[in-house]
Write a protein that binds this ligand. Structure first.
Ligand SMILES: NC(=O)c1ccc[n+]([C@@H]2O[C@H](COP(=O)([O-])OP(=O)(O)OC[C@H]3O[C@@H](n4cnc5c(N)ncnc54)[C@H](OP(=O)(O)O)[C@@H]3O)[C@@H](O)[C@H]2O)c1
Length: 374
């Protein structure tokens, strides 16, 4: 029996339109979706106008609904269950894959997925560095895919927006690196500081360490702490130096000391540098405005309450609050960047870069104001 003739014409037209529009939606898979950044990508893509999340993988929770782990998503993804990360299923069902996997694990997936013509947004560090030699220095292994490193685009829109258009492999920046780079971009771009003496101090919340607690990050150990870590050379130094050197057009070296603090989310970079010449606050402010005027997710915080950028006021959002202070006596400038490490420092920035790569409005799915109080 031909059922089509029983469906009225206008309904058939509506179904056709719906099918066409849904085909325009990018079919997204999140690999490592049971973790924190995976959960944030799920949250932010839930109402993205041009995306349908069709797969979310987890080894441990395969077969369980995504809200079994991400309780905040209850009732939001009604039919989405975790599945195993099967490359054939990904190839069949997806246009884009977000990899929310640990460093050294993404590298096993990226070449195969890129080869299949699927766009990859990798949140790990596996493809962030251009120079393969640096992987030996900072990550302790020889990078097996130097050609893919050349193809990868560092997914920071404020620096690489043009290269991100039509990118096939996006290496999403680290959260401490994001805060550090965004704090320094105006000063480095306009050569306002001595590029050989820069110190980035980062305070970051516990979600930075991922969802599997280590002895040091278990709640009773982390709560109330202000603890420096990797103070002799944090891995993100490599990507910060890479990106700031591109901006400066010369070699930039930095020191970075992150501190684990007991908040759950949030990263604050306080970057110390020395002005090459006296500059009034207003002159400096103009550099910041010139750098970030057209950036949809950068807000300049200058002499307005609460004083300086504070991650508390970007929580849950893709915004980065940027500000500065000058100690005139020493010509020392401290530049601040406050982000939510899981959003502008991870999932939000990854989606922003993905939007650009796809030719979507860059802010699609991301125009969410921060929480207050948080
Ligand atoms: N957290 C942050 O603030 C942040 C910011 C920027 C970038 N990043 C980077 O983003 C990536 C993910 O971070 P995260 O915080 O989401 O970590 P996470 O919470 O630990 O999640 C990682 C997920 O990957 C899966 N996984 C772990 N080992 C695996 C393996 N060998 N094979 C396949 N799957 C594996 C796990 O899921 P199953 O065990 O269920 O399979 C886990 O849920 C990391 O590279 C991290 O450095 C994190």
């Amino acid at each position: 029996m031909n059922l089509v003739k029983f469906v009225p014409l206008y309904r058939r037209f509506a179904i056709k339109v719906i099918l066409q529009v849904s085909r325009l939606k990018k079919r997204v898979c999140i690999v490592g979706a049971s973790g924190y950044t995976g959960g944030e990508i799920l949250r932010l893509l839930a109402y993205h106008p041009y995306v349908e999340v069709v797969m979310a993988t987890s080894r441990e929770y395969a077969g369980r609904p995504v809200h079994y782990v991400h309780f905040n998503l209850r009732g939001i993804y009604r039919n989405l269950k975790f599945s195993e990360a099967n490359i054939d299923a990904i190839a069949k069902n997806c246009d884009t894959v977000f990899l929310s996997l640990p460093h050294g694990v993404s590298i096993n997936y990226v070449p195969k997925i890129v080869e299949m013509g699927i766009v990859v947004v990798d949140l790990s560090a596996d493809f962030r560095l251009k120079n393969p030699e640096l992987y030996k220095v900072w990550y302790g292994y020889e990078h097996p895919y130097p050609d893919l490193l050349k193809k990868a685009v560092y997914g920071m829109p404020e620096i690489h927006r043009d290269e991100l258009r039509n990118a096939k492999l996006i290496a999403s920046p680290g959260c401490n690196a994001t805060a550090g780079i965004l704090s320094l971009l105006p000063l480095v771009k306009h050569r306002a500081i001595d590029l050989s003496k820069i110190v980035i101090d980062v305070k970051v919340g516990s979600s930075e360490a991922g969802s599997k607690p280590s002895i040091a990050d278990h709640h009773p150990e982390r709560e109330g702490t202000i603890r420096p870590y990797e103070a002799e050379g944090h891995r993100h130094v490599a990507e910060v130096e890479q990106e700031l050197s591109i901006i400066a057009g010369q070699n930039v070296v930095i020191s970075m000391v992150p501190h684990a603090v007991s908040s759950i989310r949030g990263a604050l970079a306080s970057s110390h540098a020395w002005l090459v010449q006296e500059m009034e606050d207003l002159e400096l402010l103009k550099l910041y405005v010139a750098t970030y005027r057209n950036e949809p997710f950068i807000r300049i915080v200058y002499k307005v309450p609460p004083g300086y950028p504070d991650p508390k006021y970007v929580m849950g959002s893709n915004y980065a609050d940027i500000g500065f202070a000058v100690e005139r006596r020493l010509k020392r400038v401290t530049s601040f960047a406050a982000i939510d490490n899981l959003v502008k420092g991870a999932a939000g920035q990854a989606i922003q870069a993905f939007n650009i790569a796809m030719g979507f409005d860059e802010t699609a799915g991301l125009l969410i104001p921060p929480l207050k109080p948080a």
